[in-house]
Design a protein around this ligand. Structure first.
Ligand code: ADP
Length: 580
């Protein structure tokens, strides 16, 4: 076992990095003996696995393996956790984080086929999303047995129990998303389903909010709840909206997905329709859709941090993005798929989700305070650079390896995300096509950001400069570990323990909901899929102000909104630690 966990990054190897590597990513044999000798060795295993599909014989593959390895070695590109844990291990696990399962047909046998699909997907480590809107409402007749249906929420409990059972064996908790359409007759039961702290703990819930519903809310009109062409009940749209908002205010569930916008802005809307997202919301996916995630660690790409000349190295960024896109595209070919339908879907569209992590730390390094106009603008520029570089790289790949099978130049180029790209990038796509149907997405990066020395995760602000985290071991036991924010640790190393923190240092709880929202809104135009982001709200925010966040999120072009207000049902998720 190496003492130096990260030869290239010895300055950022706090205990948490080592623990995460040891616990989550280090390959061990069946008897528990280590196979990977160091984190670097882990990166080589993963790099070689991804390079296995490259042409050019052994030499060609080794050259690509080296480029993939080098992209990861300084923690500048971080493949998602599933890839680090599973690639090159020979195990029957999928390398995809995110799945949405197929349409659930409204009959008992098909419902339990759906449970089976979900179980098989989860067994391999995927987080899953499901739309339950296709199930008939509670009390609707089931003619064949002369009884009444029990409704989608009761079937969700079957999935919940299944998830609990499948996941009880490992160090991860299960993660599932359930969506329900805002006109489903059981929508109110769905909205209230998690008020009971014992219920549906393996699910996140999201209401699929349509434009028609929001118009009815704005116009204070009546809203029909219907199923199979029959109107079950009519209620004021505003009453339903209030109910969603009240539940979210009281116990942080459900979230909302602006589903019409999701579909309207989807690059692939000419060949698919989306009704659900993965568990953390960054990936709206069609039935049997899956997405591979990876993140560019912005905190690692800042030159001259804490000086007046601090800046993101744009050249390095483009190079990193290029390697990351090729890497993720290869992983589509080498991954295992729990279900044949998932493989077919992935191969037809070659969806990847490249995102960022360490955004807040990168801003701190540049002396820019998260949440300000300057920060929103700068973050938008960075994301625009990533978006353009990713599409350029994928178009180059298409020239070399072929476009994704369902590529249709006219319709693809007409989609809103693609319309925003630089002219040269669009021209390249017109000429060569594109390898990947959707390219960018911003994940929570909950675990890999810890591996990278606790950079601020995804696009979230720094939670706190020091806080304690609960680490789950493989045997299911938990322990607390204190972690320090990456930029904070760097500042302390450079300027000493007593130097006053510059203004750019700001924590999640110091920000207003509007500042949180402004950051998410600045990035969304440059992200194909969606963004996993929680708008933190103070406990004493008024209900009226709280409601406005959601309408503002819609007005600002977001695809969904998730807030968190401390509440008795969920409690606090992370605990600040006393400053050292
Ligand atoms: P990581 O840091 O391990 O790469 P993220 O925190 O970025 O993962 O999560 C990315 C996605 O992975 C989530 O949106 C979700 O779909 C899936 N996921 C997260 N946690 C779990 C879990 N405990 N079980 C299954 N899937 C998960």
């Amino acid at each position: 076992m190496q003492d130096r966990l990260m030869p290239d990054a010895a300055d950022v190897s706090p205990p948490i990095s080592r623990d995460i590597w040891e616990l989550k990513y280090r390959l061990k044999d069946a008897g528990g003996a280590p196979v990977d000798s160091s984190l670097d060795d882990t990166f080589w295993r993963v790099a070689r696995a991804a390079a296995a599909v490259e042409k050019g014989g052994k030499r060609g593959r080794e050259q690509w393996a080296k480029r993939f390895h080098d992209g990861m070695a300084d923690l500048g590109f971080l493949p998602a956790g599933r890839i680090l844990a599973g690639a090159g291990t020979g195990r029957a696990v999928t390398l995809f984080n995110c799945f949405v399962l197929g349409k659930i047909e409204d009959d008992l046998s098909a419902i339990f086929d759906g449970v089976k699909d979900a179980a098989l997907t989860m067994q391999q480590g995927g987080g899953i999303g499901h739309d339950f809107s296709t199930l008939r409402p509670k009390g609707a007749p089931v003619a064949s047995i002369g009884a009444d249906a029990s409704g989608p929420v009761s079937f969700m409990e079957v999935w919940d129990a299944m998830c609990r059972t499948i996941m009880s064996a490992g160090a991860r908790r299960g993660a599932m998303m359930a969506t329900l359409h805002c006109d489903h007759p059981d929508i109110e039961a769905f909205i209230g389903a998690k008020a009971d702290p014992a219920k549906l703990r393996n699910f996140n819930l999201s209401v699929l909010v349509t434009d028609a519903f929001l118009e009815a809310v704005r116009g204070d009109r009546a809203w029909d709840l219907k199923f199979g062409g029959k109107v079950y009940r009519t209620l004021p749209a505003r009453a339903l909206w209030e109910r969603i908002m009240r539940a979210t205010y009281d116990f942080a569930e459900p979230g909302v997905v602006f589903i019409d916008r999701v579909n309207a802005r989807n690059n692939l809307n000419y060949c698919e329709e989306i009704h659900a997202t993965n568990p953390c919301g960054e990936q709206p996916l069609p039935p049997f859709g899956a997405c591979l995630l990876g993140s560019i660690n912005l905190a690692r790409l800042i030159e001259k941090p804490f000086t007046g000349d601090a800046h993101l190295d744009v050249g390095k960024l483009a190079e990193r993005v290029k390697v990351a896109v090729r890497f993720l595209d290869n992983v589509i070919d080498v991954s295992n798929y729990p279900l044949p339908a998932q493989r077919e879907e992935a191969f037809a569209k070659r969806r990847i989700g490249l995102g960022v992590t360490g955004l807040a730390d990168a801003l701190i390094f540049c002396g820019v305070r998260y949440g300000t106009d300057e920060a929103a603008k700068l973050a938008g520029t960075w994301m625009a650079a990533i978006q353009n570089a990713a599409y350029a790289a994928s178009s180059e790949l298409a020239e070399e390896k072929g476009a994704f099978p369902l590529f249709d130049a006219e319709r693809f180029l007409a989609s809103p995300n693609v319309a925003l790209l630089d002219k040269e990038v669009r021209a390249a796509i017109r000429r060569h096509g594109i390898r990947n149907g959707c390219l960018t997405s911003i994940a929570p990066t909950g675990t890999i950001s810890l591996l990278a020395g606790n950079v601020s995760s995804g696009v979230e602000p720094v939670f706190d400069y020091r806080y304690s985290r609960r680490l789950l071991s493989r045997d299911g036991s938990a322990r607390e570990e204190t972690v320090e924010d990456y930029a904070h640790a760097a500042f302390r190393r450079q300027f000493g323990p007593t130097a006053a923190l510059p203004d750019a240092f700001v924590r999640a709880a110091d920000l207003t909901p509007a500042e949180h929202l402004a950051m998410q809104a600045a990035l969304q135009p440059w992200v194909d899929s969606a963004i996993s982001k929680t708008i933190n709200c103070p406990e004493d925010i008024s209900f009226e102000d709280f409601k406005d966040i959601y309408l503002e999120a819609h007005a600002r072009g977001l695809k969904g909104c998730t807030t968190y207000r401390p509440n008795p049902v969920t409690g606090a998720v992370l605990q600040s630690a006393p400053a050292a």
